[in-house]
Design a protein around this ligand. Structure first.
Ligand code: GDP
Length: 612
């Protein structure tokens, strides 16, 4: 009862929820956002939808008209003042954003292509949402691609399904159930939202699915109403408007005539012209006076006359462009705070920097490692976490950055070449632009830049590169590395006495490998030649293990006159010729190819060859 009273009292004071659209590329995120915006415009409702900075605002009245048909049956009493949808349909960049410890986005739409099911980026998004505890709905998009789909423009999805033929319905059901199974495989319980039981609704881990078409609009009403219902029923505490400023940087960009501007999302509280604000940069906090607060003009006609509307004060939730001096290095995804009359500026600075400081602290352990660059602090954090915790072995990171990759970043990481680890002279760039200048510079100083907008792909590229590199190194090392072996000559199997020597041997110890130089330590280390082939029962082998009898060919280019029966004979054993360098190469590149007893032989041979 107390809860209900509190809820009733605060109803008037709810802020609008911040919604983010996520999903794999090409699932229809952009189209869905467009559709949500346009459904209304086409019905001639000019007002009710406001283009803000970085977000689109839907007034309550708009939400009501847009969901009117569906709500005839649902009869949901909407109390939210509206809804704010972030414009850049994205991924981790936005979902992982936080401001003062709480998630910037309140609720998410995860778009899944009905025809393709779960894709890599969807899975990444799923895990991210789960980790952040953000409620979400799944838009199972592109229902209109089902065979023979009958279009029911912008109608509630159940009405649309009612008019489809049995065949179409069957296809839809089978694909939807595939998606459900795939979600289950990711540990997500879900169901078509109207088939969910009461228990499912109270289970906060249960995810409702809404079939949609972003092209013909079926199910868009359902998505909107569902988002409203979830926001009000599950999130009302979090949505209680609060006067403490909660503001996050979405993007930093240069605008003609305005200089560097910072696009912010003010979720709670106020921003005022003249406020002393603290921003976060890689080089530390900066304090700047807010010189202007801008939003786009409300209608298209006005857009021609004036670029922006200026405000003295902004009240959350709202997307706004902030102008001020020295904002060039402000990082996307970081919080903005205002220094109040009772505040210590140093405390505010520390708080603004806290997320970044935490990340940097974790980094300070890796002296050698790649550079990681991402579009926002949230994306950077997600990426670092992936590299540290979900890759095996973890990829070390020595430097981080946010936003466009500059020449100076390339220079910075090129130091890894001098530090003897060229593999780390690499930038993993997630969802950020790489200007030509930076790319060219990277070529000059031997820095690789891998770009992707799916974390997993970046990781893939880097591991592939590392595999190639270690393969190449192994090849290089193979010329130097020598596998340890001792062989007994089988005197009844001498096929050719010299140039080349071909004879039968039994491997007494170790591994005999093609390419191995052989010698007779008993004869002062007489160099017999290099093994160029090994045959067992008429078949070519790369190696022969202890206990095997094989025929080998030995070539001695520097001394072709060396002859079995003259300088050496079956009373002598043949040894792999080891050196300090060959042992080092063996250790660093073939460690896993040798057994313990082979390593013991290496130790023994070290004594034979007097290697220190
Ligand atoms: P995004 O990469 O997730 O933003 O995907 P887009 O919105 O750019 O859409 C990718 C492609 O899928 C485009 O060619 C769209 O026209 C198409 N598309 C998106 N939604 C739908 C849908 O509901 N039905 C059909 N048939 N095509 C769609």
């Amino acid at each position: 009862q107390e809860e209900a009273n509190l809820a009733a009292r605060t109803r008037d004071d709810l802020r609008c929820p911040v919604v983010v659209i996520m999903g794999h590329v090409d699932t229809g995120k952009t189209k869905l956002l467009d559709k949500i915006r346009k459904t209304n415009v086409q019905e001639g409702e000019a007002g009710g939808i406001t283009q803000q900075i970085g977000a689109t605002y839907f007034e309550k009245s708009t939400l009501l008209t847009q969901t009117a048909k569906l709500n005839e049956t649902e009869k949901f009493e909407l109390t939210l003042p509206g809804m704010l949808v972030i414009d850049t349909p994205g991924h981790e960049s936005f979902t992982n954003l936080r401001s003062r410890g709480s998630s910037l986005c309140d609720v998410a739409i995860l778009v899944v292509d009905l025809m393709h099911g779960l894709e890599q980026q969807t899975i990444e998004s799923l895990h991210m949402l789960r980790k952040r505890g953000t409620p979400f709905v799944i838009a199972l998009n592109k229902v209109d691609r089902c065979y023979n789909w009958v279009t029911c423009k912008d109608s509630p999805i159940r009405d649309a399904l009612k008019v489809q033929s049995d065949g179409t319905l069957q296809e839809f059901r089978s694909r939807a159930s595939d998606a459900k199974v795939q979600l289950q495989e990711q540990g997500v319980n879900s169901n078509i939202y109207w088939e969910m039981g009461d228990d499912d609704w109270t289970n906060s881990d249960f995810v409702p699915i809404v079939p949609t078409s972003a092209i013909t609009g079926e199910g868009v009403q359902d998505i909107l109403l569902l988002l409203c219902q979830i926001s009000e029923r599950k999130l009302w505490r979090q949505l209680m408007w609060c006067a403490n400023l909660q503001c996050t940087v979405l993007e930093v960009k240069a605008i003609d005539g305005l200089g560097m501007t910072v696009d912010c999302l003010v979720v709670n509280g106020y921003l005022r012209e003249g406020d002393k604000a603290v921003f976060c940069t890689l080089d530390g906090p900066i304090v700047a006076e807010i010189r202007g607060l801008l939003t786009p003009p409300p209608s298209r006609e006005m857009r021609i006359k004036s670029e922006y509307i200026h405000h003295k004060e902004i009240k959350g939730a709202l997307g706004v462009k902030v102008i001020g001096n020295g904002l060039e290095k402000v990082m996307a995804g970081t919080p903005v705070m205002v220094v109040g009359p009772d505040d210590e500026v140093e405390d505010i600075k520390a708080e603004v920097m806290s997320d970044l400081t935490r990340l940097q602290k974790k980094l300070s352990t890796d002296k050698k490692g790649v550079m990681v660059q991402a579009s926002t602090l949230g994306a950077l954090e997600a990426l670092l976490q992936f590299l540290r915790e979900e890759t095996k072995p973890p990829i070390p990171v020595s430097a981080i950055g946010i936003g466009t990759i500059h020449k100076r970043d390339v220079t910075k990481i090129s130091i890894m070449n001098e530090k003897g680890c060229p593999e780390y002279a690499t930038i993993l760039a997630f969802d950020v632009p790489v200007p030509r200048e930076a790319r060219e510079h990277a070529e000059e100083v031997n820095v690789r830049i891998f770009t992707a907008d799916i974390i997993y792909h970046l990781f893939d590229q880097f591991t592939r590169f590392m595999d190639e590199l270690s393969e190449k190194r192994r090849e290089d090392a193979a010329a130097v590395a020598v596998f340890p072996s001792i062989c007994k000559i089988l005197p009844q199997h001498i096929f050719n006495q010299k140039d080349p020597i071909i004879l039968g041997v039994e491997v007494l110890e170790g591994i005999l490998k093609v390419g191995t130089p052989l010698c007779v330590p008993a004869l002062g280390g007489l160099h017999v030649g290099i093994v160029t082939s090994i045959e067992q029962n008429g078949r070519e082998q790369e190696t022969a293990k202890k206990g095997l009898s094989v025929a080998i060919k030995i070539v001695n280019e520097s001394n072709p006159t060396i002859t079995y029966g003259r300088q050496f004979d079956a009373s002598h054993s043949l040894y792999s010729t080891l050196s300090r360098a060959s042992i080092d190469a063996l250790k660093s590149h073939f460690k896993e190819k040798l057994e313990d007893e082979d390593w013991r032989l290496v130790v023994k041979l070290k004594k034979v060859f007097n290697i220190i």
